[in-house]
Design a protein around this ligand. Structure first.
Ligand code: MN
Length: 246
């Protein structure tokens, strides 16, 4: 199973979460919100080959971006996994729109044409994110927890992008509408743990099974077949990265 967007460093016991993910056979992409967080998360993933660390520059931490950009550039060649990056023009991020836009342009410039798995935050800025990806000629990016207009979603599909679905999306009517609009060959699974909860506890990578079950129900396929389809989708993205340092 695949959890392609999990904030490992934000759990109280990251190493235990990594150990449980690995034991359950999950492949986990641990996004980070800043290069300094990427750096200090290294020990949590050490010894867990299926738990990978992604380098991020989260739009809602824009005030810290100036002092972190140099490190982003320095670390970018160390990993094939990038995230969480993107834009947030919701009321929470409105004040830093300009810095965010500069930073996302910077991220895309640093990545250039290098093959990378890129997990993207796009809240209330979906069209702008898509436009910037298009300008940078980057395809196969992954929109995480997409919640924007369906028209923009369709354009993102047409541009060759993917979407990662979490358990919170699989239990709300708005999430259901989004999920139904995504082609089967563009869907991936995530938890966004520890932000997403399952019952009263924080979601962990093996909880992507809840998304597999929802998709199985929606598509009238066994959950195991859904897992295989998601794995195929992920492999398709990763196939372009195989000659790259991991
Ligand atoms: Mn996140």
């Amino acid at each position: 199973m695949l959890d392609c967007h999990c904030h490992l460093d934000l759990y109280s016991k990251p190493s235990a979460v990594a150990r449980r993910a690995e034991a359950a056979g999950a492949f986990t992409v641990c996004v980070s919100n800043l290069p300094s967080a990427y750096q200090h998360s290294r020990p949590y993933v050490a010894g867990h080959p299926k738990v990978r660390l992604a380098l991020g520059l989260h739009p809602l931490l824009a005030e810290q971006h100036l002092s972190e950009r140099t490190a982003f550039e320095a670390f970018a060649d160390q990993t094939s996994f990038i995230g969480e990056v993107g834009l947030d023009f919701s009321p929470e991020g409105k004040a830093t729109e300009d810095i965010q836009t500069e930073s996302f342009a910077f991220v895309l410039r640093v990545l250039g044409h290098k093959p990378k798995f890129v997990s993207i935050h796009s809240r209330r800025a979906e069209a702008r994110v898509l436009e910037m990806l298009r300008e940078a000629k980057r395809t196969s990016a992954v929109f995480h927890w997409y919640s924007g207009p369906l028209a923009v979603l369709r354009n993102a599909v047409a541009d060759g992008h993917y979407f990662s679905i979490n358990p919170a999306m699989s239990r709300t009517p708005s999430g259901h509408k989004i999920i139904a609009a995504i082609p089967k060959d563009r869907i991936l699974t995530e938890t966004d743990g520890p932000f997403v909860t399952v019952g009263r506890r924080q979601a962990e990578p093996p909880d992507v099974i809840l998304v597999e079950e929802y998709l199985g129900h929606l598509w009238q396929r066994p959950a195991l077949e859904v897992r295989q389809m998601v794995a195929d989708n992920f492999r398709r993205i990763m196939a372009t990265l195989q000659n790259h340092a991991n």
